[in-house]
Design a protein around this ligand. Structure first.
Ligand code: ATP
Length: 452
């Protein structure tokens, strides 16, 4: 399958099956914003839950949910007001605007030049000088719009963690090393949005800040790098599709930084950054707020500002990586009603069962002899534990295909044998192997398969 096709196919599947829709579609859409449909919201929730469990089901990591709007001084202290900019250029010919540092990625936005690469226009001298454009969305608190009541939509969740460092440390009685994890929306007024969910103006982040003694930074940096790669692999991302990109040019706050990149159809793109942010943020907030964000080690009797190792993943970018990674089309043999065999294509999402939006589908083989009632009862029972889909329309093969396309890992079918001995078939999505099990054992069976 051609690489470019995959993104197009995933975008089309997303719309058709209800993973992702363009925001405000009936009004022509809003650039860089997306809505998660019935299946998408489940997948996104499962990605976030898998991350949350992996991070916070540990002795030394606490959770937090800080507000999106924060005191404007936060963004002065963090350096975002001054530095959170991208270089922007305008094309004098077609009047489009581009981010100057990623021109290779970008096509000309004008319909008249469809398919033309923006970099070509730069080479032909059509661009203005680059100007810095601040990516933070700005608004005002209260009815008056003046400079005294400016607020920003947060461009990252990390700052909410730093300003709560003392609150969390004291309320949870944590000692170094310990971390604070947060999942939440972030907003960036990106100059160009592109590649579906990869670069959007509203997105979700899953960030963890790990506070450590300064001399232990190299050790913890390596530790978190490995942990985070393993997390993606554990949930089904193919290891060979991941790349670790070391930054040569570091952000103003960082001592070392790597990106975990996934090989999207358009090339490698960052899905998570691991940064050694040193004591930059805690020191800046100490300076700007006048509150000492320090740590007292009661064994060594030292007082110091901890260093921070940050793991910063995009929930929406990871969502896209999981979807693309899972997408597949296979030729399968099907048995026709006259007993002959033929082949057909099946579209399948090989999502890890823990991430799959629907865990199990239940079908009566035919709509007679009380099979529907039994299937309904099984569905209700399974709903105590899982997201379940009941389907009694069309040939059973068609019902399997519909579930394969949604990534549903198990399909249970009630048939004539169920009437005799209370067993059902349970079919596994990837292998298509069917087993017969007692209908009372389905919950246990699925729980077992979902265990990581
Ligand atoms: P990029 O260079 O792609 O703009 P970044 O280096 O600015 O990304 P970080 O500030 O490190 O990104 O943000 C951490 C994570 O947040 C990224 O790895 C990515 O998964 C996610 N992210 C950042 N910007 C966006 C965006 N515009 N849309 C979707 N996800 C984003």
């Amino acid at each position: 399958m051609a690489k470019v096709d995959i993104t197009e196919k995933v975008v089309s599947l997303s719309k058709r099956r209800g993973f992702v829709f363009q925001s405000s579609e009936i009004y022509g859409g809003l650039n860089g914003c997306y809505d998660y449909g019935p299946l998408g919201v489940e997948l996104l929730k499962n990605v976030k839950e898998a991350w949350w469990k992996d991070m916070t089901f540990r002795e030394n990591i606490e959770g937090l949910d800080a507000s999106i709007l924060m005191h404007p001084r936060v963004w002065e202290a963090s350096g975002h007001v001054e530095n959170f900019t991208d270089p922007m250029v305008d094309c004098k010919e077609c009047k489009c605007r581009f981010r100057a540092d990623i021109l290779e990625e970008i096509d000309c936005g004008s319909k008249a030049y469809k398919g033309r690469k923006a970099i070509k226009c730069q080479q032909e001298g059509k661009f203005t000088e680059a100007r810095n454009f601040n990516l933070m969305f700005k608004s005002h608190i209260g009815p008056m719009e003046d400079s005294t009541n400016v607020v920003y939509l947060r461009p990252e969740t990390a700052q909410g963690i730093y300003v709560n460092f003392l609150n969390v440390k004291e309320s949870s009685r944590q000692k170094l090393p310990f971390g604070i994890a947060q999942i939440g929306k972030a907003f960036r007024n990106e100059i160009n949005t592109k590649n579906f969910l990869f670069r959007t103006r509203e997105f979700e982040q899953m960030e963890m800040q790990f506070f450590i003694r300064p001399e232990e930074d190299a050790k913890w940096f390596e530790y978190w790098k490995e942990q985070r790669i393993n997390w993606f692999v554990k949930y089904g991302i193919k290891r060979e599709k991941l790349n670790i990109h070391e930054h040569e040019k570091l952000a103003h706050y960082a001592k070392s930084a790597v990106d975990i990149e996934y090989e999207f159809p358009f090339g490698f793109g960052e899905i998570e950054g691991i940064h050694n942010r040193t004591d930059f943020d805690l020191k800046r907030h100490t300076e700007y707020s006048g509150k000492r964000l320090e740590y007292f080690d009661d064994q060594t009797k030292e007082k110091f500002t901890p260093y921070v190792i940050e793991t910063s993943a995009g929930a929406s970018r990871s969502f896209m990586a999981f979807l693309i990674n899972a997408y597949d089309e296979e030729e399968v043999t099907k048995e026709n009603s006259d007993g002959s065999k033929s082949t057909e294509m099946r579209t399948i999402l090989h999502l890890h069962p823990a991430l799959a939006p629907i865990k199990v589908a239940v079908f009566p083989l035919v709509n007679r002899d009380g099979m529907q009632d039994i299937a309904h009862n099984i569905t209700e029972d399974l709903r105590n534990n899982f997201k379940v889909f009941y389907d009694d329309s069309g040939a059973v093969g068609r019902r399997y295909r519909r579930q394969d396309e949604c990534g549903t890992p198990f399909c249970v079918t009630v048939d004539s044998e169920t009437l005799e001995n209370s067993t059902v078939t349970i079919r596994e999505r990837d292998s298509m192997v069917q087993e017969r099990i007692s209908k009372d054992k389905i919950t246990e069976y699925i729980h077992e398969k979902l265990r990581i």
